[in-house]
Design a protein around this ligand. Structure first.
Ligand code: ACO
Length: 343
């Protein structure tokens, strides 16, 4: 059975920087830099321009990862796409990415399977686990895993929506998972979910059980009310569960690998809130040099946070071949996961 390792990382964030000041001055939101920084650590985030979808950001991140893996696009055997902000209701973004990468063109067209993952902030780790299983089973040699989000279009950028709107940003990250006979790669994955909290952090644009599934006015025109259009969140409950679940799943992963936290060289926590991660870091006694963050610059990019972290850490030299890495995520659902890898 081959091992599965990350052969290439890539990321892309749109160029438009939206600072906390921009939220106040341009969008008229009643907030302050102090409020946002103190509670979340976020200083700024990126917003994509109108006309740019999460599949477009994904193309750039994917091309970066494929180039760094040293393979051709046509070497890919599968695409796994994690997002909560897909371009459309259906089809999922996997096929759009396949088309935009040019995989459907010309005599070398490769109609590889494209799988869409809907596990929000844990989506990348669910996708990476799936890709690893495919590679280890011999079903694929190279799998592209992408996490990409355009949140800015679906945020309530008014004072009414400030609690959620100040947290999220746009961006994409990607990895190529490849087969190897070397003794390295993804050692184990640990995933979980608790559907009792499915409604605590949700964006319910419609209810498919209703007729019509979106309310319509007298002329038959769909009417989506703000409470349906935008995400609702019980922030305190999310915070509490995030801390507990991330801690527990990390412990489960360490025990399964017969190691302790001291054996981990780099911790990549999902970037939901700097305070969540600082709490975990302090509680577990993890030194600063073993943790990477980017929430200060990008906000919460949901499925993209961990692959962006990996790509940035590789480029800055913080993540090197031979290091032991822990990736930990928690998100809407609730869903969570931890992956241990020897880089
Ligand atoms: N600027 C100024 N005031 C604000 C803002 C803002 N951006 N947002 C909320 N407030 C106000 C509220 O209106 C409220 O005012 P009130 O007391 O007059 O009603 C007050 O601040 C306190 O609001 P809370 O929601 O109770 O604030 P809290 O201290 O819980 O902090 C926060 C909110 C930062 C969202 C926190 O709960 C949190 O980080 N939770 C985790 C949520 C999270 O990470 N979600 C990301 C998605 S899930 C994931 O990725 C894991």
């Amino acid at each position: 059975m081959p091992n599965a390792y990350v052969s290439g990382t890539g990321f892309y964030v749109p160029p438009r920087v939206v600072t906390n000041e921009t939220l106040i001055k341009e969008y008229g939101i009643d907030t302050s830099d102090d409020w946002i920084v103190q509670r979340t650590g976020i200083k700024e985030r990126r917003f994509a321009d109108e006309g740019v979808g999460s599949s477009d950001l994904a193309v750039k991140a994917a091309e970066d990862a494929i180039a760094r893996a040293g393979i051709a696009k046509t070497d890919l055997d599968m695409i796994v796409f994690a997002t909560l902000s897909s371009d459309h209701c259906f089809p999922g973004n996997g096929v759009y990415l396949q088309r935009k990468l040019g995989l459907c063109d010309g005599p070398n067209a490769k109609f590889v399977p494209a799988l869409d993952v809907r596990n929000q902030c844990s989506g990348f780790l669910y996708g990476l686990s799936t890709a690893t299983a495919m590679v280890k089973s011999g079903g694929a040699k190279h799998v592209l895993v992408v996490g990409s989000e355009v949140h800015s279009a679906a945020l309530d950028l008014t004072t009414r929506g400030r609690t959620v709107a100040s947290l999220f940003g746009d961006g994409a990250g990607a990895v190529v998972v490849s087969a190897t006979d070397e003794d390295r790669g993804i050692r184990s994955w640990h995933l979980g979910a608790d559907g009792r909290y499915a409604d605590v952090l949700a964006q319910k644009i419609w209810d498919i059980s209703q007729r019509p599934f979106i309310p319509r006015d007298a002329n038959g025109v769909g009417q989506v009310q703000p409470e349906m259009m935008f995400a609702n969140m019980d922030g305190k409950l999310v915070f509490k569960n995030a801390v507990e679940r991330m801690m527990t799943v990390l412990m489960e992963a360490l025990v399964a690998n017969g190691i302790t936290g001291n054996d981990i060289d780099l911790f990549c926590f999902h970037q939901a809130n700097l305070r969540i991660n600082q709490y975990l870091q302090q509680h577990l006694g993890i030194p600063d040099e073993k943790v990477v963050h980017n929430i200060q610059r990008y906000g919460n990019t949901t499925a993209a946070t961990i692959p962006i972290l990996l790509a940035e850490a590789e480029r800055s030299g913080k993540l090197k071949r031979g290091m032991k890495v822990a990736m930990i995520a928690f998100g809407s659902g609730f869903t969570w996961g931890c992956i241990i890898a020897d880089w």
